[in-house]
Design a protein. Structure first.
Length: 193
């Protein structure tokens, strides 16, 4: 991903972004893509990205072979019209967005680690329901249909393009126009750059 310095997330900002926007795309060597939730996990070997896919997903071959992969996470985004600037004829249309890419090597989580991986994912998103409410047989049956993976991270990069290359006044005009379109999340991000 091309990232001009004005739009670069720090590594810590990129990590925080992924924790807040954990649904992404896992793209592996065979150009297989899965749209799935993934969680960052601190381990003794460093930060890893964890998730699971169905065993009948063709991407399982890339996980089993230890392929290189990239996880891509997107956040709020919006079209930016030149008409929103104080001088529309001195500006061009653009798109503001946030995105993070995490690159690394896939490894399959052994079967004995599957239950802990499932529990971590459920606990991340669920507060009132527990996997403990299900029968062991039912959980075991579902675990046979999926495989867990870890992406051993080589690189984390992120882009936060929110019109930082424009003046505060111009960013205010952009944010006002987005607010008028009920795009309050991205308007807030632009105002706070």
């Amino acid at each position: 991903m091309y990232i001009p310095s004005a739009f670069q997330f720090s590594e810590q900002e990129a990590i925080a972004f992924v924790r807040e926007n954990s649904f992404g795309m896992l793209v592996s060597e065979g150009l297989h893509v899965s749209h799935i939730p993934m969680l960052l996990k601190e381990t003794d070997e460093g930060l890893k990205l964890c998730g699971h896919i169905a065993n009948n997903n063709p991407q399982i071959a890339d996980i089993n072979s230890g392929a290189k992969a990239k996880a891509i996470f997107a956040g709020p985004h919006a079209y930016i019209s030149p008409l929103w600037y104080s001088e529309p004829l001195r500006n061009v249309p653009t798109w503001n967005f946030q995105a993070v890419e995490i690159s690394g090597t896939l490894t399959r989580v052994p079967e004995e680690g599957a239950n802990a991986s499932l529990r971590a994912q459920v606990e991340q998103y669920e507060t009132k329901w527990s996997i403990d409410d299900l029968s062991e047989k039912y959980v075991a049956g579902n675990l046979r249909a999926i495989s867990f993976f870890e992406l051993c991270i080589d690189d984390i990069i992120g882009k936060n393009k929110m019109s930082q290359n424009k003046s505060q006044t111009e960013r205010g005009l952009i944010a006002d126009a987005l607010t008028a379109q009920d795009q309050n999340d991205i308007a807030h991000l632009i105002r706070n750059q």
